[in-house]
Ligand binder design. Structure first.
Ligand code: SAM
Length: 226
């Protein structure tokens, strides 16, 4: 959700995570529409570095919005000269899908991106049956869609991410509520319980080597050990 700025994030953004014109245009377009759901530039860069650091070739992203995080991650994938990488990104909102299509068409990584339209649960089922998708190991899943469904996305990731692969999820502090004794006003108890359950699952050190990076929103990073 909305990204807080601080002198530290400004510094990181200017020195390590400078946006090119395309990313800046997407960021500005979303801001002009009062949509503040995308990762910050420093988080986009972090996702890119994690993917590159882990030798990730195939990513599934649940929750595209306008393609801002997708493009950051796609740029961390190997190019064709190194065997090629691919990101499948899932979205159901027609307005967001149109924005993402425009972003991808203008990008330098369009050929590395496939967007699946419709509810993510259906798209994940379809993807699991797709021949080209099944032919390669899945190295990373990035979950950044409806919070109530995070455990469903994790069920799917547990089935399909390769052993040693990454499961990453944004907003796992659930707007600063997960550590409270009960859900605060404005946070649905079902969503609050779901996110706490999600975090407890990823905290199981017999199944994951994991942590929540204390970004403003909480970014869970887990290596799948099974
Ligand atoms: C937080 S935004 C994604 C931001 C994006 N990852 C970024 O940082 O640039 C969440 C997106 O997930 C989509 N979404 C929410 N629930 C969904 C569902 N059940 N299936 C598919 N997409 C969904 C929304 O339409 C929205 O575009």
């Amino acid at each position: 959700m909305s990204r807080q700025r601080s002198p530290a994030t400004d510094y990181i953004r200017s020195l390590y995570a400078a946006q090119d014109t395309l990313l800046a245009d997407i960021d500005n377009m979303l801001k002009s529409q009062n949509i503040a759901m995308h990762v910050g530039a420093e988080e986009g860069k972090l996702l890119q570095v994690l993917a590159a650091m882990h030798g990730v070739k195939t990513i599934v992203e649940v929750g595209t919005l306008a393609g801002y995080s997708t493009i950051w991650m796609a740029r961390g994938l190997p190019g064709d000269e190194y065997g090629g990488g691919h990101i499948y990104t899932l979205n159901k909102d027609p307005r967001h899908i149109a924005m993402a299509k425009e972003s991808f068409a203008k990008s330098d990584v369009a050929e590395r991106i496939t967007m699946l339209e419709g509810d993510a649960k259906d798209s994940l089922e379809k993807l699991a049956q797709d021949k080209a998708f099944k032919a390669k190991p899945l190295d990373m899943v990035f979950i950044d869609a409806d919070k109530i469904s995070y455990n469903i996305y994790l069920d799917w990731a547990e089935q399909h991410v390769r052993k040693g692969g990454l499961i990453i999820a944004d907003n796992t502090f659930l707007f600063g509520s997960v550590w409270l004794e009960s859900p605060p006003e404005g946070v649905a108890p079902t969503t609050w319980n779901a996110m706490r359950r999600f975090n407890e699952r990823l905290a199981d050190q017999s199944r994951y080597q994991s942590v929540i990076i204390p970004t403003a929103e909480g970014l869970s990073v887990a290596i799948k050990l099974f």
